[in-house]
Design a protein around this ligand. Sequence first.
Ligand code: UD1
Ligand code: MG
Length: 452
Amino acid sequence: MADRAAIILAAGQGTRMQSKLPKVLHPVGGRAMLDWLIALAEDLGCQRIIVVASPGTPEVQAHVRDTLGDQALVLQETALGTGHAVRCAETALAGFKGDVVVLYGDTPLIPSSVVEALFEQISSTSELGVLGFNAADPGAYGRLVTGSDGMLQAIVEAKEASADELAISFCNSGVMAAKAGLLFELLAAVTNDNVKGEYYLTDTVGLARARGAACCAVNCEETDVLGVNSRVELAQAEAAFQQRRREQAIRDGVTMIAPETVFFSYDTEIQTDTFIEPNVVFGTGVRIASNVRIGAFSHIQQAVISEDCEIGPFARLRPGSVMSAGAKIGNFVEMKNTQLGPGAKANHLAYLGDSEIGAESNIGAGTIFCNYDGFRKHRTIVGAGAFVGSNSSLVAPVRIGDGAMIGSGSVVTQDVEPNALALGRAQQTVKSGWASRFRDAMTAIKTARSKR
Ligand code: UD1
Ligand code: MG
């Protein structure tokens, strides 16, 4: 296989997003669009990844430096067109002799298989190729003009197209691949003599043909190359991602009653025979083993769930939640930075923060782990087989030993030794007959008043 490089164009202004955040940093499926492209380039085995950014978006520059390093960042001082943008990467790729793919930073959902097919074409039938799709509404897309042999002859931008060309529905996605040397040679010959006064990357096709170099268009689905220019299109890309991810989960052995109401992140992992009720949201960083049951309206992020666990309905698992096999988190329980041991349970209305809970322990309804003193967070450690009575407050830092019991309603401020009973609540007093005497006295007052 030839060496591979990717050039990701991200120097557009993205003004239609109406956002302070640069367009390519808006997330789809919980991951910045730009990171989808970087992940794609890595999947394709690109040894070199260059991002072309605008001087006007320091956030994009910082993001590229942090994720890929300084050498990956190239600035396009003025946006003079896609051809000019690609040319800006020439120096950064000096000496690179392999295949180059051009990707757009605002086109996040391209499957690596379709780009792989494009790379195969440029090492067999062609020297330059693009990904094309049949557009439902060709609108402003560049039209792909193909010959009777099916090879690509030219790309005509909509603004330059004749009526006949505008009638073509086979459109340019923007993804282009070619040998690095050829691509930069062709780009050097591209002019801006066109309606928009821009250097069009797409003009390389006509120039390649004029030199007798074969060009091809590899077909893909329109949703594969969905570009995002506005928040409406961002929502469409999100919907397309969710749709795909749900289908994948179902194929992989997950049951969902109403898949259209379950929301995934790009990195959600779920094993077979897990059952998901309606209206569940997975934030990023969630790993779920097999045979887990997730009740309706649960919200889970950065959590690791082992097999046979039960969650919800109405549970909230925040970052750092770890559930060992067979553990249970019931309705209106919130969990954060907490490890729940095998078979441990918190079935109702509780907050478990910054803690470890041992195997088979039971945390009663209404229990609160008081982890925060207004300045710092503190840990609560509950041993194995412990029983925390309902409506208890465990004031951290505190340790409850193995097998210990906490009486309901206790405020526990000191460690409890294993197998002890801790009671931290006001002593109950019982006054015999008090209630009847109270009622009699009140009734007498009421009767006297009504006679007045
Ligand atoms: C481009 C293609 C068109 C294709 C369409 C698919 C050209 C001339 N036209 O048109 O054939 O159908 O994409 O969406 O290539 N960019 C820069 N610097 C620039 C200009 C653009 O980095 O100077 C980046 C943008 O940020 C964007 C991408 O290149 O990510 C595409 O630019 P855009 O202006 O949207 O191109 P289109 O006119 O849509
Ligand atoms: Mg565009």
